[in-house]
Design a protein around this ligand. Structure first.
Ligand code: C2E
Ligand code: CA
Ligand code: CA
Length: 671
């Protein structure tokens, strides 16, 4: 009997060494058998080779939670059967805990084929989401290693690809161990490093490229290691994030920013707001905002001088929660920045979901795009959109004058990068503060109001580009002295109207003249509400529109209207529209039908009711209730009506027969 079959036995589940569910070896027995096998391998010195494969089922818990434990068990048994079926007497297979499997495979089996077979079989498994297993593989190259060392190495190899949907397996190599050891070393010395203040904070200034003034700075941490020298954050931040030390570290950096600002304020050095970085882990700590407040108050630094930088990936942890934190911080006076915008996938959605005050635009966004022209178009459109959303932008990683000029030309004035300055130690940064003129970020509102000026009417401006590309059917309208004017509409607006009109024709249309008095009043009221509340308002209005191709049309438009600016007595609005004529007509005709049917039934002495065949429920019409005294619902119809005497006994059977025929599918009866 081969190992495959003798490990798969169902009746073997009674044996203590067997895993009760899959019939594979359990943890202890696997180790016992494995050591025995390795011992004979060491002693015989034969040219047999082994690999140790370790894997688990990625997100196995989800299978259990979503599909139930029985489904989870079925999957485990399936996996166990695949691996045991593809093993021989010289191999060893174990389930070492819940969804974790270990295989000691003799290399007379072709390892690549074995892996491919396992992955293919998993791919075919019939669940509505992909079952992913990442395999860590260790080639047993040293006969002195114990089995548990071999397992550890396979686990280490697996940890480098865990959750990776593309790379499904990884072979262990020595560099993994070196990296692991140095990570362990870092993790082990972080605590002492924090206590002995080995972390130092540098400050990288941010500038307004139009005016050359300094507008802010970012605090960036470095580790001044007593032996290894200055270690950059990329080396230790990920480890700190994995070990939970990141929170105290980030609070420490924030405190250093507060101390720096306090010293400047006391010494009458001009100051700019300083941003500190916080990892996603931090912002989900319940005490996060309170911790910041305690530190800030300790040094009595105004909150508007402190900004909180959160990376885009924080949002993946839950946009609602992130938004809640952003609001709480805003309430206390901190501005919140989204770091590394443009590096992830969900950027544009994130902007809609979370009310960030400032976006840090990663210049890699532009640099990584081989097609420079396309990258530039995207960038300028994004900056245009941020203007609409009332969000400030700071570009970072700006290295050349050319980049800085380009950013400025597409509407981004604020920048941080080597072109202006590298991150500086506190003393140098303080000297710079004394030398440079300081200014603050201009309120974005002005930019939005700027839209009412030249830019919006310039066909090549970023506003126009955005207007045409990134919003739905939209119009810019103005309101002055009770009158409405359409200033601009985009192509999607014309398409939505569907009357083959040009923008010029729409602009020339007499707005008031296209509506009756009632609809005009509805529209004007909505405009007034938009001014009063400063928020988007909606309405539906009917208009009469004439076009050369369609003649006169009566159409209904759903409008969402937001005020975007004011010029003297003229108010400017952004409005998106939806042509809802067809829906409205359908609704009207439905209501009309119902009304007509009611009127007709009154006049023609028709009684009607609804009969639900499946439940034998009857819902009488108003006249049935009024004239015949039916209750609103009759169950067990028609028998209940017969019993109640609504139908005389001589027609009772006829009624029963009718309803039997109806149940069989007959849809018309006359008598
Ligand atoms: P980040 O937040 O995106 O910070 C900007 C990084 O870009 C900094 O690297 C900065 O030195 C670098 N940089 C600035 N200008 C230029 C430029 O013109 N060209 C190029 N190529 N790079 C530029 P740094 O200081 O090595 O920090 C790396 C990352 O480490 C930061 O990226 C941030 O994610 C993280 N980090 C730094 N300090 C902290 C901290 O206190 N807490 C947390 N959680 N993360 C931090
Ligand atoms: Ca940052
Ligand atoms: Ca960044």
């Amino acid at each position: 009997m081969d190992v495959a079959s003798h490990q798969r036995l169902n009746d073997s589940s009674k044996l203590p060494e067997r895993d009760y569910l899959t019939g594979l070896y359990g943890l202890e027995y696997f180790y016992e058998q494995g050591e025995r096998l390795l011992k004979s391998w060491r002693n015989c010195g034969a040219d047999q080779q082994y690999v140790l494969i370790y894997f688990d089922i990625y997100k196995f818990k989800v299978v259990n939670d979503v599909f139930g434990v029985a489904e989870g068990d079925r999957l485990l048994k399936y996996v166990a059967s695949i691996i045991s079926d593809s093993c021989t007497i010289n191999d060893l297979v174990g389930r070492v805990s819940a969804d974790k499997f270990v295989v000691l495979l003799n290399t007379s089996t072709d390892v690549s084929t074995w892996i491919k077979h396992l992955l293919d079989s998993l791919h075919q498994y019939d669940l509505p989401f992909e079952i992913v297993c990442n395999l860590g593989i260790y080639r047993l190259d040293d006969k002195d290693n114990s089995l548990s060392t071999c397992v550890d190495r396979a686990i280490l190899a697996q940890s480098t690809i865990k959750g990776n949907y593309v790379q499904k397996y990884a072979y262990y190599d020595e560099s993994m161990r070196q990296r692991f050891l140095s990570e362990q070393e870092i993790a082990g010395s972080v605590n002492i490093a924090l206590e002995t203040k080995q972390f130092v904070v540098y400050f990288q200034p941010q500038f307004n490229h139009s005016t050359g003034t300094m507008v802010g700075a970012e605090a960036l941490v470095r580790w001044q290691h007593p032996v290894k020298g200055l270690i950059p954050p990329n080396v230790f931040i990920p480890i700190m994030e994995n070990t939970g030390f990141i929170f105290p570290l980030d609070l420490y950096v924030f405190e250093q920013a507060c101390i720096f600002l306090r010293q400047c304020l006391d010494g009458h050095t001009p100051v700019v707001p300083i941003s500190s970085n916080f990892s996603p882990y931090d912002i989900f700590q319940p005490s996060f905002v309170d911790n910041l407040e305690q530190i800030r108050q300790k040094y009595n630094v105004p909150a508007h001088l402190l900004r909180v930088e959160i990376t885009e990936s924080a949002v993946m942890g839950g946009s609602e929660k992130t938004n809640e934190v952003v609001h709480r911080l805003n309430k206390r006076g901190y501005l919140v920045e989204m770091d590394d915008f443009g590096s992830g996938y969900s950027s544009l959605n994130v902007l809609k979901e979370i009310d960030f005050n400032i976006i840090k635009l990663d210049m890699k966004f532009l640099r990584s795009d081989n097609d420079k022209h396309r990258g530039g178009t995207i960038l300028s459109a994004v900056i245009g959109m941020l203007a609409w959303l009332d969000i400030q932008v700071i570009a970072e990683g700006v290295e050349t004058l050319q980049q800085a000029d380009y950013l400025q030309s597409v509407g981004c004035d604020y920048m941080q990068g080597y072109f202006y300055s590298k991150p500086l130690p506190a003393a140098e940064f303080r000297s710079l503060l004394l030398m440079r003129t300081i200014s603050s970020l201009e309120p974005r509102r002005q930019l939005v109001e700027g839209l009412s000026g030249v830019n919006f009417w310039d066909p090549d401006s970023k506003e126009t580009l955005f207007f045409n590309k990134f919003v739905g059917a939209a119009a810019i309208i103005t309101y002055q002295d009770g009158k409405i004017y359409t200033e601009r509409v985009n192509k999607k607006f014309l398409r939505e109207l569907g009357m083959n009109l040009t923008e010029r024709e729409i602009v020339k249309l007499d707005f008031a003249g296209s509506m009756d008095e009632n609809n005009h009043k509805i529209y004007i009221d909505t405009i007034r509400r938009a001014i009063e509340t400063g928020e988007e308002q909606e309405c539906e209005t009917w208009r009469n529109i004439h076009s050369g191709c369609c003649g006169d049309e009566h159409i209904c438009l759903h409008s969402s209207i937001t005020q975007i600016g004011q010029r003297d007595k003229s108010y400017i609005f952004f409005s998106t529209i939806r042509n809802v004529t067809r829906e409205k007509m359908a609704q009207i005709s439905l209501e009309d039908n119902e009304r007509r049917f009611k009127a007709a039934s009154e006049q023609a002495n028709i009684y009607y009711w609804e009969y639900i065949v499946d439940t034998h429920e009857m819902h009488p019409c108003f006249r049935c209730m009024r004239d015949l005294g039916f209750p609103a619902v009759l169950t067990n119809y028609p028998d209940s009506a017969i019993e109640m005497g609504f139908f005389p006994p001589e027609v009772a059977d006829m009624y029963r027969d009718w309803h039997r025929q109806i149940a069989e599918g007959l849809n018309h009866l006359r008598r």
